[in-house]
Design a protein around this ligand. Structure first.
Ligand SMILES: [Zn+2]
Length: 345
C-alpha cells in the first residue's frame, strides 16, 4: 500500500476507509482507532499517516517521494511513539512527544504521531499528553491504536475522534481470501481460525498446520476432566501448540528484539483468542444441535456434540467468551486457560 488511495488492498472495513478518506480533507488533531487485535487497525493507521503526509493526498499511481520515504521508514514528519520498556508506554515517552509536538514539520504540512500500542499507555503518560490534545496546533495529528477506548482515561479518549473497527464477517473474509488465490476449503479454514481477523488470516495463510490448530481446539472438550492438574497440562499444551506459530509471525516484524517480543505477545493473544472462539463454537453447536438449530462445525461427530446438555453447553460457551475478554492485555494466559478448562465439562 504505497501508492494511490487509502488501504487499497485492505480486506473489509469499507465504511471505516470511506470515513477516513473524507477526513483527509480536514483532518482532526487526534484519532483513536479501536477494535479487536489483528483486524487491520494498525495497517489502516499507517496508511492514513502516509496520506496525511503526502503532498497530494495519495492522488497518484506511482508513489511520490513522501510516500516512498514512509514505506522505507524514514519520513522526518512521521513519529512512531513506542513503549520504551517491555510492556508499557510511559511518561518519559509522553513528555518527549509533547516537546516534539510544538516543533514545525520538516517536509510536510503537518507532523503525525503514530502510537500502535497506545493501549499500553500508563495513566501518567496519558495525563502528560492531555494538554497537547486539549490545545492542539494545526500542524499535528495523533493516531492512537488500541483494542478499546477503555484503555484510556475518559479525559483523553473524549478528545479523540474514535474510529471503530469490527471483525470482518466470515463469509466476506472467505470470499476475499479466495479472490486472492486460496483454495475454497483453505480460505474457509483460515477465516474460521482467524476469527474474522484478516491480518491474522493472511499471516496464517503461509503457515502449514493451520487446520490442525482448529482440530486441536475442537478435540479439547473430549479431553477435559475437570481436574486442575489435567487442565493445567492441557493449557500448557494449547499454548505450546501456538508458540511456534506466534514466533514465526513475530519474526516477520521489522525492528529490534523489543518490537518482536511485543509482536509475539500480540500474536499469542490473537491466536489464543481465536482458539477459544473455536472452542466456544463447539459448545454453541452442541446447544444448537439439541435445540434443532444450524451447526457451524459440520466435521465434528454429532455424538460428541450431544455429550453435554444444551444448558451446560450454553454456560460453557459463555465462560469461554468471557475468557476471551479477560485474555486481552493479560500477560499470563496459562493460569487463565487452566482455570477455564477446569470449569468446563
Ligand atoms: Zn504520496
Amino acid at each position: 500500500m504505497t501508492a494511490g488511495l487509502l488501504a487499497a488492498n485492505l480486506i473489509g472495513h469499507g465504511e471505516v476507509v470511506e470515513l477516513l478518506q473524507h477526513e483527509l480533507a480536514k483532518p482532526s488533531h487526534a484519532y483513536l482507532f479501536v477494535g479487536p487485535a489483528g483486524v487491520g487497525k494498525a495497517t489502516v493507521a499507517r496508511d492514513f499517516a502516509r496520506l496525511l503526509l503526502c503532498p497530494i493526498g495519495g492522488d497518484h499511481v506511482e508513489p511520490c517521494r513522501s510516500c516512498r520515504r514512509i514505506a522505507s521508514g524514514n519520513h522526518p514528519d512521521l513519529v512512531l511513539v513506542e513503549p520504551e520498556g517491555r510492556a508499557s508506554l510511559g511518561v518519559e515517552t509522553a513528555r518527549s512527544v509533547v516537546s516534539q509536538a510544538v516543533l514545525s514539520p520538516v517536509e510536510s504540512e503537518r507532523r503525525v504521531f503514530l502510537a500502535e500500542d497506545a493501549g499500553t499507555m500508563t495513566e501518567q503518560a496519558a495525563n502528560a499528553l492531555l494538554k497537547t490534545l486539549e490545545e492542539p496546533t494545526a500542524a499535528v495529528t495523533f493516531l492512537l491504536v488500541s483494542e478499546s477506548e477503555d484503555d484510556f482515561p475518559l479525559t483523553l479518549a473524549s478528545r479523540c475522534r474514535v474510529v471503530r473497527f469490527g471483525r470482518v464477517p466470515e463469509d466476506e473474509l472467505t470470499a476475499e481470501l479466495e479472490r486472492q488465490g486460496l483454495a475454497a476449503e483453505e480460505a474457509r479454514v483460515l477465516a474460521l481460525v482467524s476469527g474474522g481477523r484478516p491480518g491474522l488470516a493472511l499471516q496464517l495463510g503461509s503457515e502449514p498446520h493451520v487446520a490442525d490448530l482448529r482440530q486441536a481446539w475442537l478435540n479439547l472438550p473430549s479431553r477435559l476432566s475437570g481436574r486442575p492438574g489435567d487442565s493445567f497440562r492441557l493449557a500448557e499444551e494449547m499454548i505450546a501448540l501456538i508458540e511456534p506459530l506466534a514466533s514465526e509471525l513475530a519474526g516477520t516484524v521489522a525492528g529490534g528484539a523489543e518490537q518482536r517480543d511485543r509482536a509475539k505477545r500480540r500474536a499469542t493473544q490473537s491466536l489464543l483468542a481465536s482458539g477459544l472462539e473455536i472452542l466456544a463454537s463447539f459448545y454453541l453447536d452442541s446447544a444448537s444441535l439439541q435445540l434443532g438449530g444450524p451447526i457451524r462445525n459440520r466435521d465434528v461427530a454429532l455424538s460428541e456434540l450431544a455429550r453435554v446438555s444444551p444448558a451446560v453447553a450454553v454456560n460453557a460457551a459463555n465462560l469461554i467468551l468471557d475468557a476471551v475478554v479477560d485474555l486481552i492485555g493479560n500477560l499470563r494466559p496459562l493460569p487463565l486457560l487452566a482455570a477455564l478448562f477446569t470449569s468446563l465439562e
